[in-house]
Design a protein around this ligand. Structure first.
Ligand code: HDD
Length: 684
């Protein structure tokens, strides 16, 4: 059952009640409702004899088990989801759209959001370098609206016909099924070099955006240009954004790789725990709006999905808020069976002619047919609209509804021509009547042929540490590519983006340096740099390393202040149970050096105390060293300060010790935690 108080439960949550089952405390039956007297032994001839075919209970149990798995998603297989609610701030969007959930501030629209990686299998690690899916289903009163986006605002390709090629190149190579959930291999980079429209998205994929700290700390983008259509039938081009209120933050590559081993569920655990503890993730919905008359005013084509609209040129208007406030009851029933589709729209939202979007409009239903086993997946509880739905579609695998009556066709007289289409005034969806003319061609528009300017814009907008991370990411990825020609092709390609970048990774991988110099594109977009994002200590996880005999009053005071700032402090010590400090202060130990690792925390607080096991001093030094290496805030007080030196830490940015008073230490440490990472450390 839902954990939300009954007066707060939204219409989707209540709808799901009719499908929820609590088996605990019940009598075991077969699927036919027959109570069974035995569930441990199959029916056999004699205690040591063969099993009988008539054992219907064994057959049913085994058959069901044998069929428990469904095909995983061809892309975005690894995902995690939560329920939420969306509410628009005011009715100002009425000028642009007639979509009720975007114009009526009194409506609370239930949502379901599935986050995902793209390349990896369903069981793969979550902190791999990859784009993240950010798919939102709005259960509106006019039907389901799906915003199926990523955390990167552009895509690798311009035309959907190339999607199978892209995915074949990105996925593990077919002859040996390696590498898992990684783009660092020959076929992906061969694809990139030979499909150079990918340049811009590759820049994002090599940036820290592709190793998010948390699903709660990444942006979402609808990518394509869509249309909003108002009551008068006037259209406005739109791009959709999700802006996390906690800001956009990434991991360090070395840390991300280690987390993949220490906790392959790192992102889902973070989301799950945040919701369970009431730290609900919040995202603001942002829109970039462009009058149709301005379609050709830019140096890029607004239909090209490899291009973004710089936020400084077309500001993002924040129009509403989504709060994720409820975990799923059952991952298979909800997260696995949810079926998104960019073609699920409501009146007031329409498409553009972006050739990538046009192809997506075919692919999503098609894939659900194989994945969910037939055309009735819309009846699965998680996919059902919260408004009634009626039509003449019938039958097929897994049909739930019992459609009564004689008539299942339109037009008819026997049912007075019902179910009947609604006029636009009655809320019927009518497609935007765009005038289109042309010859049938298989051709790329000339306006889609600038592959590099915005990739350079991205590079120009990065701060020095972000540029270094990009160079390191290219050096890593290309360093894993075996084919020398592919390596060189990529160097030569990215010299079109930045000679500085291409030369730096060419050197790292032993390729020939590209000729030329930079300066073709000088524009920057500060919104692209993650260093300009929101910084907050809220929900940050701080590991508190503490041994017996710590200064009770001091540590309690620090923990109190950290909690007041919304920081989640968790005690790490040499064994589970309790550590005891002065004044008989007792702290519950949540992790040991064995069960936790430095990479699983945003910051460490060396709180002092003594060790009984000599290994603990070494473990402490390793935790601190690792945190330092990953640019994290480290606070140390009392005899915890003495732990820094064995870790090789003398002082530095984000290293906070009492100087001289504890009263100054705590706010300084909280500020250091909020800063996320102290990249300057790498530059000193
Ligand atoms: Fe896609 C899944 C996002 C291009 C075909 N896509 C899928 C999911 C997300 C995206 C978030 C996972 C949904 C979930 O959680 O269930 N896809 C994107 C974005 C794209 C994009 C932002 C570019 C702007 N996709 C794209 C193209 C095609 C597809 C061009 C094919 C023509 N995508 C699919 C799919 C998937 C899918 C094969 C796999 C599982 C599914 O649909 O339900 O149909």
């Amino acid at each position: 059952m839902s954990g939300v108080p009954s007066d707060k439960r939204n219409v989707k949550d209540k709808q799901l009640d009719q499908f929820r089952v609590d088996d605990a405390g019940q009598t075991l039956t077969t699927n036919q409702g027959l109570k069974m007297a035995e569930d441990e032994f199959s029916l056999r001839v004699g205690e040591r004899g063969p099993t009988l075919l008539e054992d219907f209970h064994f057959r049913e149990k085994m058959t069901h088990f044998d069929h428990e798995r469904i095909p995983e998603r061809i892309v975005h297989a690894r995902g995690f989801a939560a329920h939420g609610e969306f509410q628009v701030y005011d009715d100002s969007l009425k000028a642009y759209t007639k979509a009720k959930f975007l114009t009526d501030p009194s409506r609370v629209t239930p949502t379901f959001v599935r986050f995902s990686t793209v390349a990896g299998s369903r069981g793969s690690a979550e902190t791999v370098r990859d784009a993240r899916g950010f798919a939102t289903k709005f259960y509106t009163e006019e039907g389901n609206y799906d915003l199926v986006g990523n955390n990167i605002p552009v895509f690798f390709i311009q035309d959907a016909i190339k999607f199978p090629d892209l995915v074949h190149a990105l996925k593990p190579e077919p002859h040996n099924e390696m590498p898992q959930a990684a783009s660092a291999h020959d076929t992906f980079w061969d694809f990139v070099a030979n499909n150079q429209e990918s340049a811009h998205m590759v820049m994002w994929a090599m940036s820290d955006r592709a190793i998010p700290r948390s699903f709660r700390m990444m942006e979402g983008f609808g990518v394509h240009t869509f249309r909003l259509v108002n009551e008068e039938g006037k259209a406005t081009f739109v791009k959709f954004h999700w802006k996390p209120v906690l800001g956009t933050h990434g991991l360090v590559w070395d840390e991300a790789q280690k987390i993949s081993g220490k906790d392959p569920d790192f992102h889902r655990r973070d989301l799950w725990e945040s919701i369970e503890t009431g730290n609900y993730p919040v995202y603001e919905l942002g829109l970039q709006l462009l009058p149709e008359e301005d379609e050709f005013k830019f140096d890029f084509d607004i239909l090209d999905p490899t291009k973004l609209w710089p936020e400084e040129d077309i500001p993002v208007k924040l129009v509403g808020r989504m709060v994720l406030n409820r975990n799923v009851d059952n991952v298979f029933a909800e997260t696995e069976q949810v079926a998104f589709h960019p073609g699920h729209v409501v009146p007031g939202i329409d498409f553009s002619n972006d050739p990538l979007l046009q192809g997506r409009l075919f692919s999503y239903t098609d894939t659900q047919l194989i994945r969910l086993g037939g055309p009735n997946f819309h009846e699965l509880p998680i996919n059902r609209p919260v408004c009634p739905f009626f039509n003449n579609q019938r039958d097929g695998y897994g049909r739930h509804t019992i459609n009564r009556g004689q008539v299942s066709y339109h037009k008819n007289s026997l049912a007075a021509n019902t179910p009947a289409p609604a006029s636009e005034a009655e809320g019927g969806y009518a497609h935007y009547q765009e005038k289109v003319e042309g010859h049938k061609v298989r051709k790329r528009s000339d306006s889609f042929k600038d592959f590099f300017s915005q990739a350079t814009l991205f590079w120009n907008s990065m701060c020095p540490p972000e540029k270094q991370h990009l160079i390191d990411a290219f050096s890593f990825e290309l360093g894993k590519v075996k084919n020398k020609s592919v390596q060189q092709q990529v160097v030569d390609m990215f010299a079109n983006v930045s000679v500085e970048l291409a030369s730096a990774f060419a050197e790292a991988i032993g390729a020939n340096l590209p000729p030329g110099s930079d300066g073709r594109v000088v524009k920057t977009s500060p919104a692209l740099s993650m260093l300009n994002t929101v910084k907050s200590p809220a929900t940050r996880k701080v590991g508190v390393i503490v041994g017996n005999g710590f200064d009770g009053a001091e540590v309690q005071a620090v923990l109190h202040e950290l909690a007041a700032a919304g920081i989640q402090a968790e005690v790490i010590s040499e064994k589970l149970g309790f550590v005891t400090g002065t004044n008989d202060t007792r702290l519950e130990v949540v992790h040991t050096f064995l069960t936790a690792h430095s990479v699983l925390f945003d910051a460490l607080y060396a709180a002092g105390g003594t060790w009984t096991n000599p290994r603990s001093a070494k473990d402490t030094a390793e935790f601190l060293k690792e945190a330092f290496m990953h640019y994290k805030a480290i606070g140390a007080s009392n005899d915890g300060v003495d732990w820094l030196q064995p870790a090789g830490i003398v002082s530095g940015v984000g290293i906070v010790v009492p100087s001289p008073h504890l009263t100054e230490f705590v706010p300084a440490f909280i500020e250091a935690v909020a800063a996320h990472r102290h990249w300057d450390r790498s530059l000193v």
